[in-house]
Design a protein. Structure first.
Lengths: 363, 290, 301
């Protein structure tokens, strides 16, 4: 097992499209690194660069300490699980699993042995003589996984491997993958556009946007200290609320006031922060109180839609100036659409971003 | 709300009426077209089994008396086996050669990125639209100077002019429809380019190869102008030329001509009936797109 | 640096794989084409070898321009092409719409219409020639029985009637191909468009005019290209059906050229005719591709 690293990688497709820009990131030895980002952000491109299916336009790729930038895929000794599995339709499950070994001219007995072991660990023994067309989606997924494991590669690459499964199977397989990762202790790079999948699976998460790395950090850190407005909005569900406004220092005590369109609130701030900002606050930190509350960081609002979730309710509100916000409230008391409520912004949950660059400012 | 519903109901009623009307017309027109399509075949088969004398006295849509004389005459007196053998040799060799060479080219055009690819595709398409007549004269002179007039190579070579571009074009279209990620998976699994070609792509392309082969074979089997220009006598004539040049002593030997037509049609018709779905796919692969 | 060598590798492999096919095509199609041009600038009568092969410049082309038989042949070709393609497009569109529907026996219909396309043109021509034979032809018998004709007609003795079997045979043989190309286009049209239109109360005719035909335009244009070029190359069909007759009144350019080359062995003049045909087809193709903005499905873009 070994680390996989990109160093200052650029990728420009032949049609001139720039899909990765000065990208540096690393999956440490034994780490499960998740790449997330919206559709078209370059996640698959990064994975294909690591696999050698695309060539970098500039920069270096390392697997272990070896510079593999110029090596074709077959010499990189990595395994990849494709979104639609890419099982060889003309081969049986057994041949699919053994393909990588037989192409490397391993002795037949060893192949047979490895295939059997892996098939057993994934519950595929009964399916060994079937063709992929005769398998269910979940079974195909496991064969694809098995084909990667059989070879004992230096690292595993996954491109949205769960996106073709139904919701329940997806959760089960996610757990399965997590267990597999711990058991093998293998380096894995995992692409998904589903932020909840990223948060539950990843040792660390790298967020991509338009081919540029936004932040790479542990799930907790990413959630609590998003590096910019994009990351803050992308991670967490429902997404963070944003309010534009002006930050003004009062006195010297490290306190500022945020003056938004709908409300004013005192926030802690460092020296040098002044001017136009964006205030971000997660739905969990908007507290719904009854109509009568007044004071710092309190704003009156009208409830639009309420989504009861069982253990909580998601409340969509409209503020007096027309701004919209989402709050998460406990199940009781029940809130109904059209109701007038007050919303209190809990100061401890506040993030402040520069209005121009979107970069996080110290809290 | 109600008005929308009323409109929908009206639309439905209208549509139902339209379908009734339309489907009768539709069925009638389809039947007429089918009759138009099938009648010449029916008539050829009937006539090829009718004695010559009866054929010209009073043609009747139903066979009065069935004989196999024309077929016997065809193979015994006329040695129709020879043109069939010629056609098989020429069309078969051309098809196999084109498939071998064309598969490589189609793989490159479908899978590799290189400068000039678009130009090559355009060039190949242009050649498929080439009027054959415009190269008859030099080919004739060339074959004559190589002493290849009235030989198999003297037909196979000219046949490449249309068979090769056709093969490459159709094959490229169908290889593009095979998902690329299977070969990519093979690469990651450790296969070299050659291995991913022979172990993954080629087995998956077998149906396309068969289809393309059938198409190419049909085109070669049917070719007339070159076969007419570059053969001299019955020794090397292909089926279409032999049939077109049938002569009788006093009159056109229609009975034998029709028997020959049935014989020449049967294999192609059989192929089409068996492979119709694939042939349609092959014909339209890459031909029509957005 | 790296990138260049990598691209260089794919390019070399690409050209190496395309090479054999390309050189075959170049050798037997492009090189002869050049030769045709060269021939066309010379006097070359195979019947009169003592004349040698002197260079005569554009004299052959001048002769073509003044040759009434050539202009007549060109007119015949254009007439044949326009009439047969119009019929084929209309009938082919109907067939395509029919085959796009789900009904019992659809597979049978598709196979049945495909057979005429697949058989040799020569055979098709002979079948129709037999149907239209003056003596004992079934066409005459049926038409007389139906009192459309008073007496049997000698179809091939008059220009106007000689075209009937020619056009019918071409329509019969080629409509399936047209229908298939159009069908492929039809199958790319999103069905929900029709459902939406039907809910809005649009009738079948409106749907045909405002959904099917506009969206089918690319397929129709591609078909038009293929068929026009085919039409200008027509040879087998007329060679067998009328032999260009009566006289030369149904002779198309390809047949005239063939006669000049292999009947009269006038290789210089015949080659010039070949070049002219090539230029016409090439020009037509260019007009279609450029002027009508047809995209042929070469690139994935
Ligand atoms: N071969 C190519 N040529 C040109 N542009 C490409 C190519 N492949 C991808 N792109 C472009 O590069 C960008 C990134 O693509 P990529 O497939 O990496 O996105 P992604 O993050 O995986 O998206 P998704 O979540 O939809 O899979 C996209 O805008 C895409 O259009
Ligand atoms: Mg992707």
């Amino acid at each position: 097992m070994s680390r996989v690293a990109l160093e200052h990688v650029d990728k420009t497709y032949p049609n001139g499209f720039v899909a990765a820009r000065d990208l540096s990131l690393e999956a440490a030895d034994g780490e499960l690194l998740v790449l997330v980002g919206p559709s078209g952000s370059g996640k698959s491109t990064v994975l294909r660069l690591m696999a050698g299916l695309e060539r970098v336009s500039d920069g270096v790729i390392r697997i272990g300490e070896r510079d593999v930038t110029d090596l074709p895929p077959q010499q990189r000794d990595i395994a990849m699980v494709f979104q639609n599995y890419a099982l060889y339709p003309h081969m049986t499950v057994r041949e699919n699993l053994g393909f990588g070994l037989s192409i490397r001219k391993q002795p037949r007995a060893i192949i047979e042995d490895r295939v059997r072991t892996v098939a057993a660990s994934l519950g595929l023994e009964a399916l060994l003589d079937r063709k992929p067309a005769q398998l269910s989606g979940g079974q195909r997924q496991r064969v694809a996984l098995g084909r990667a494991i059989v070879r004992e590669p230096l690292a595993f690459l996954f491109d949205e491997p769960l996106s073709n499964l139904d919701a329940q199977l997806r959760v089960e397989t996610r757990v399965e993958l997590s267990r597999l990762h711990r058991k093998l202790g293998a380096t894995m790079v995992y692409v998904t556009h589903d932020q909840s999948e990223a948060l539950t699976l990843g040792d660390r998460i790298a967020v991509l946007k338009e081919g540029v790395l936004q932040q790479i950090a542990s799930p907790m850190k990413l959630y609590e200290e998003p590096a910019n407005k994009f990351v803050a909005g992308f991670i967490g569900s429902p997404g963070m609320n944003f309010f534009e406004g002006v930050l003004t220092r009062i006195g010297t005590g490290g306190v500022c006031t945020f003056q938004g369109a709908d409300f004013t609130i005192r926030v802690p701030c460092e020296s040098g922060t002044n001017g136009r900002v964006i205030l971000g606050i997660r739905p969990q930190h908007l507290e719904i109180t009854d109509d009568s509350a007044r004071g710092d960081g309190v704003v009156r609002a009208e409830v639009g839609v309420v989504e009861p979730m069982g253990n909580e309710q998601i409340v969509y509100v409209t503020l007096p100036n027309g701004e919209r916000a989402v709050a998460i409230a406990p199940v009781q008391p029940r809130i109904t659409a059209g109701e007038k409520v007050s919303i209190r912004v809990r100061p401890e949950g506040i993030h402040i971003f520069d209005a121009g660059s979107g970069r996080r400012m110290a809290r | 709300m109600t008005s929308v519903r009323a409109a929908e109901a009206r639309a439905k009623r209208k549509k139902a009426a339209g379908i009734q009307w339309g489907s009768w017309l539709f069925a009638a027109a389809l039947i007429v077209l089918l009759l138009f399509t099938l009648f010449p075949f029916y008539w050829a088969i009937v006539a090829s089994l009718t004695p010559e004398a009866a054929l010209f006295r009073d043609p009747s849509l139903w066979p009065q008396q069935i004989i196999a004389d024309h077929y016997r005459a065809l193979f015994v007196d006329r040695d129709f086996i020879t043109p069939i053998r010629n056609s098989l040799v020429v069309a078969g060799t051309t098809t196999i050669f084109c498939l071998c060479v064309g598969t490589l080219a189609a793989y490159a055009l479908a899978r590799l990125e290189f400068k000039g690819k678009a130009a090559i595709m355009g060039f190949i398409l242009a050649v498929t639209m080439f009027p054959q007549i415009s190269i008859v004269s030099p080919l004739y002179l060339l074959l004559r100077s190589l002493h290849l007039i009235d030989t198999y190579p003297g037909l196979i070579m000219p046949y490449m002019t249309f068979a090769m571009p056709l093969t490459v074009w159709v094959l490229t279209g169908s290889i593009r429809q095979i998902p690329r990620d299977l070969e990519e998976a093979a690469h990651v699994d450790g296969a070299t380019r050659r291995q991913s070609f022979t172990k993954i792509l080629l087995p998956l392309a077998v149906p396309s190869l068969v289809t393309t082969g059938i198409l190419t074979f049909i085109y070669c089997w049917n070719e007339f102008l070159f076969a007419l220009s570059f053969t001299l006598g019955p020794e090397r004539q292909t089926v279409p030329v032999a049939i077109a040049l049938f002569r009788g002593q006093y009159q056109v030997p229609w009975g034998e001509i029709l028997a020959a037509a049935v014989v020449a049609t049967a294999p192609v018709a059989a192929m089409v009936l068996v492979f119709q779905r694939r042939i349609v796919q092959g014909l339209t692969a890459g031909a029509v797109k957005g | 640096m790296r990138k260049i060598s990598r691209l260089g590798y794919e390019a070399r492999l690409g050209w190496a794989l395309v090479g054999p096919a390309l050189s075959v095509i170049a050798l037997i199609a492009i090189f002869p084409l050049g030769w045709t041009v060269w021939e066309s600038l010379h006097l070359h009568e195979l019947r009169m070898p003592w004349l040698g092969q002197p260079f005569i410049g554009l004299a052959n082309y001048v002769e073509i321009a003044k040759d009434p038989r050539f202009w007549a042949a060109l007119a015949h070709t254009a007439f044949f092409t326009v009439v047969s393609i119009s019929l084929e497009l209309v009938i082919g569109l109907f067939l395509a719409l029919a085959m796009n529907r789900v009904f019992r026996g659809r597979g049978f219909v598709r196979a049945a219409v495909l057979v005429p396309w697949a058989i040799p043109t020569v055979v098709a021509a002979l079948l129709w020639r037999f149907i239209f034979e003056s003596q004992g032809g079934i066409a005459n018998a049926l038409l007389v029985d139906a009192h459309i004709l008073k007496q049997p007609l000698v179809w091939f003795i008059q220009t106007s009637t000689a075209w009937v079997p020619v056009i019918l045979a071409d329509v019969w043989k080629t409509t399936p191909f047209v229908a298939l190309l159009l069908l492929a286009g039809l199958q790319n049209i999103d069905l929900s468009l029709y459902e939406a239109a039907a809910v809005d109360g649009a009738n079948a005719w409106w749907q045909l005019r405002h959904i099917t035909l506009p969206l089918l335009k690319p397929a129709i244009l591609v078909t038009l290209i293929f068929r026009t070029l085919d039409g200008f190359r027509v040879f087998d069909l007329i060679y067998v059906l009328t032999g260009g007759g009566p006289g030369t009144s149904t002779e198309p350019v390809a047949l005239y050229t063939f006669n000049a080359l292999l009947q009269n062995l006038r290789f210089g003049y015949g080659s010039a005719l070949s070049v002219v045909i090539f230029a016409i087809t090439f020009g037509l193709a260019l007009i279609y591709v450029r002027g009508l903005g047809v995209r042929l499905g070469g690139e994935e873009a």
